[in-house]
Design a protein around this ligand. Structure first.
Ligand code: PDD
Length: 287
């Protein structure tokens, strides 16, 4: 029996069911999901999962793709079309498809909805349950591996959206010690009050920015002093200069942090010089 998946209003053969390449679920993990177990074609703990789904959507400010009744109809129809008597039905709702950009897309972007269902062999499952299962332990790293350039960027998306809502370009993330880790999509830098360039070390939980590394080479070539050491929000506010680096922002001066003016409120000379040098070298050496 061929499987069927529901994607944005269409029931398609499972193997042909596709979402757009710029779906935010694919690009940023900017979506939510639920799984119901199916017993004799009916959905278990129906309300519990529905309530959690709508709560998750509301927490992320993702629009409701449809009402509860309509969604229930789609879930049941997917179960029916897949002839699932015992198994699971999976629902995913993402913020929809838009040009890749961290903040929520503006305008009328419809959330994407995907539903799949599959049968499970409950007899085999019962036999397994009677034997019991083994577990292992693992450090809880959810999500403590910011050194990996993962597409699991939901936290970054929320930080960038917060920046946008407060009229800022970027959000610098701060750890439990009050130290800046990095930007939502950039590395964070300051020129501290002693004139030293500062950026957090990569032992810590940050992305090892390629632009960051290139800028470090420039700093060494220029004979500037670099201190690869975390800085606090307070130190940043009192810095002579601040800037961010990334493949899409190059070296971009920062002129205010949480409303506090940095330096004289104008892009700093070191940041501007590093930008110029970076662009020159990047263009020259682009492969
Ligand atoms: N972001 N930190 C984070 C969390 C990032 O997502 C990025 C890059 C950087 C800077 O890394 P690099 O210099 O290698 O670009 C730091 C890209 C530009 C993005 O997500 O669009």
């Amino acid at each position: 029996m061929s499987r069927v998946a529901y994607v944005n209003g269409v029931y398609a053969p499972h193997g042909e069911a596709v979402i757009h390449v710029e779906d935010r679920g694919f690009q940023f993990a900017d979506g939510v999901y639920e799984v119901w177990s199916v017993f004799d074609g009916r959905l278990a703990d129906f309300d519990g999962h529905m309530d959690r789904l709508f709560r998750s959507l509301d927490e992320l400010k993702i629009a409701h793709p449809m009402g509860r009744g309509a969604l229930a109809a789609v879930l049941r129809e997917t179960v029916r079309r897949n002839r699932v008597r015992n198994g699971i039905v999976y629902l995913q709702v993402t913020r929809g498809t838009a040009r890749r950009d961290h903040p929520f897309p503006s305008g009328d972007v419809a959330p994407s909805v995907v539903v799949t269902a599959r049968s499970m062999n409950r007899t085999a499952m019962e036999a397994g349950a009677r034997k019991g299962v083994a577990v292992i332990t693992q450090p809880d790293i959810r999500w403590g591996r910011c050194d990996i350039k993962s597409v699991g960027l939901l936290a970054n998306v929320l930080a960038k959206q917060a920046a946008k809502e407060r009229g800022a370009y970027e959000a610098w993330m701060v750890d439990e010690m009050g130290l800046v880790t990095e930007g939502s999509s950039t590395n964070a830098w300051i020129v501290d009050k002693d004139g030293k360039l500062r950026t957090r070390d990569t032992q810590a939980n940050i992305l090892r920015g390629i632009t960051r590394a290139a800028v470090m080479t420039l700093i060494a070539e220029q004979g500037l002093e670099l201190d690869e050491r975390p800085f606090s929000v307070e130190e940043a506010k009192q810095a002579r200069e601040a800037f961010i680096t990334s493949a899409s922002a190059y070296v971009t001066p920062v002129v205010s942090i949480d409303g506090a003016t940095i330096g004289d409120g104008k892009p700093g000379p070191i940041a501007l010089r590093l930008r110029e040098l970076y662009l020159e070298k990047a263009r020259d050496e682009a492969a």
